[in-house]
Write a protein that binds this ligand. Structure first.
Ligand code: HEM
Length: 503
């Protein structure tokens, strides 16, 4: 055996491991401790997150809340933040493997990070499961290609364009309500129980399919099913540390991911091919990506496929959960349900559908949606990474590579920002001007603010107005209050509600 080569190789590997997994993390930890930032100590290679965080999530998600209480939200959706901030303060350092993560809930720092255009803060690189799910779509892209994709998407989801889609949105909701009516009639009862979480996923799926892709829910149905299965695997992987190279191993998890991705790509490619030839004149996101108005904006097939994957998922999942929580809250707070109904009847007329012109007048509807987004923000939290050494507000020095965990849900529940009733559903609070931009940021902030915000708000307003106008509803006794953070904040056991037709 040639020891001349083996010994240097062995020592190089050992040195690299010690440097990367012990020396650098220990140095970063010391750097933060010297600035007064504490946290659960680093344990070589696995950090403190793998086992402990997984256990915290498992514990949080296994507890079944007896009453419909908003107090449980932070505890259940970000247990690591809830537990560690109590011990180490609002700003603390924890570890995901050997990656330093700085948890933050100070609106001044959050605003600075999100609105910065200095290039000091970037998105974190997607893990293999997320990468297979969204590819290089808008959510993951950075740099010049992000600018091009974002320009096309901004135009496709401008308020002007979204207003043109109002009749399509109304039609989708009307179809859903006709199906509900038929179910109620067939049951020979005056009321009926629905899982609105399921219903609103179908509705949002239909609306994004029609508006962005010029098709409908049935055409997108298989894509949505595949993405649902992918999101379960993504959630599982996001709680485990990624071992370099393991994405290439033919494990059961990887094989399922590959299979799901392959079928999704195949279906989307077919959809693109079909639209290339038949729908050139339609004003959809898909045609904007296939035939952009500027020559510089031309995308290749993989880029278009990745954007379709991104918008199929983001367009359905987020708004469906916003609607789900808004209805649960209105079911719980009958006095607000009545107020919304009075407003809709006054502005639109009883059983008359909203139009693009009167949406802005639905002020109470807007208050309700904002309070829902505060208490149950679908995105839950956001993550960035320092791409150079930076100094944050208050002088905190953050070394390059540090992950920044922006604890959106915790900010939305902070009594110092919202007052002693921060845990209470009180839409009136949105009549007061906000003292800080980043005290409420359900759609993000800055250049990467949600590109689908106009569609989400218009869709949610119309759905709320139309459904409240036609039905009265209460939360079913079978509902178990268990908010859970998957890729969006959702009710773990569904959202069972009882509806009855208004005369
Ligand atoms: C209630 C509904 C929604 C909420 C709360 C929401 C929330 C967010 C948030 C917080 C971000 C910023 C993420 C970050 O900067 O890391 C974001 C970005 C994004 N959202 Fe939404 N979203 C919603 C609806 C939608 C809809 C309907 C679509 C598609 C039609 C959409 C597509 C996107 C995309 C593509 C991005 C990435 C934008 C970029 O990085 O340039 N979202 N969303």
């Amino acid at each position: 055996m040639n020891y001349v080569f083996i010994f240097p190789l062995f020592f190089t590997i050992l040195f690299t491991i010690l440097f990367k997994y012990i020396w650098i993390p220990m140095r970063i930890q010391l750097h933060f401790r010297r600035q007064g930032v504490k946290g659960p100590g680093y344990r070589p290679i696995f950090g403190n997150s793998a086992g402990i965080q997984r256990r915290m999530f498992a514990e949080a998600e296994s507890s079944r809340s007896v009453s419909f209480n908003h107090k449980v939200v932070v505890e259940r959706v970000m247990p690591q933040y809830y537990n560690w901030s109590k011990v180490y303060g609002d700003t603390f350092l924890y570890w995901f493997g050997s990656k330093a993560s700085l948890a933050l809930s100070d609106p001044v720092m959050i605003k600075e990070i999100l609105v910065s255009e200095s290039g000091s803060f970037g998105k974190i690189r997607f893990g293999p499961a997320l990468k297979l799910m969204f590819g290089d779509g808008l959510v993951a892209l950075e740099g010049e290609r992000w600018v091009v994709h974002r320009r096309i998407a901004n135009k496709a989801f401008s308020m002007e364009r979204v207003k043109e889609w109002v009749p399509e949105i109304v039609d989708s909701i009307r179809n859903m309500m006709s199906k509900w009516d038929a179910t109620i009639e067939a049951s020979n009862k005056s009321e009926f129980e629905f899982d609105v979480h399921k219903e609103f996923h179908q509705l949002s799926g239909d609306i994004i399919s029609r508006t962005a892709f010029g098709s409908n829910f049935s055409e997108g149905k298989r894509i949505f099913e595949l993405q649902e299965q992918q999101s379960v695997l993504v959630l599982r992987s996001s709680r485990n540390i990624y071992l370099p190279g393991s994405r290439f191993l033919p494990t059961k998890h990887n094989k399922t991911l590959w299979k799901l991705e392959k079928e999704t790509t195949k279906l989307i490619t077919k959809l693109i091919e079909k639209n290339k030839n038949t729908k050139q004149n339609e004003n959809t996101l898909l045609t904007a990506f296939i035939s952009p108005s500027k020559k510089d904006d031309i995308l290749d097939l993989k880029e278009i496929v990745d954007e379709c994957k991104t918008f199929y998922f983001t367009g359905k999942e987020t708004t469906a959960n916003l609607l789900t929580w808004a209805f649960l809250l209105l079911g719980l707070h009958q006095e607000w349900q009545n107020k919304v109904r009075e407003e809709v009847d006054r502005i639109c007329g009883h059983n008359v559908f909203p139009s693009a012109d009167n949406l802005a007048d639905l002020k109470i509807v807007t208050l309700i949606l904002n309070e829902t987004l505060r208490l149950y923000p679908p995105a839950g939290m956001m993550v960035r990474q320092a791409s150079k050494n930076v100094k944050l507000a208050g002088g905190l020095d953050v070394p390059t590579g540090t992950r920044l965990f922006l604890a959106m849900t915790a900010v939305h529940y902070d009594v110092r920002i919202w007052g002693e009733d921060a845990n209470v559903f009180n839409p009136m609070r949105f009549l007061e001007p906000r003292n800080h931009l980043a005290s409420f940021f359900p759609f993000g902030l800055g250049p990467r603010v949600c590109v689908g915000q106009n569609l989400a708000v218009v869709e949610a307003k119309i759905a709320l107005a139309m459904i409240v106008s036609r039905y009265s509803f209460v939360v079913s006794p079978s509902y178990v209050h268990a908010p859970m953070q998957s890729l969006a904040l959702q009710p773990q056991y569904g959202a069972q509600m009882i509806f009855s037709r208004r005369s």
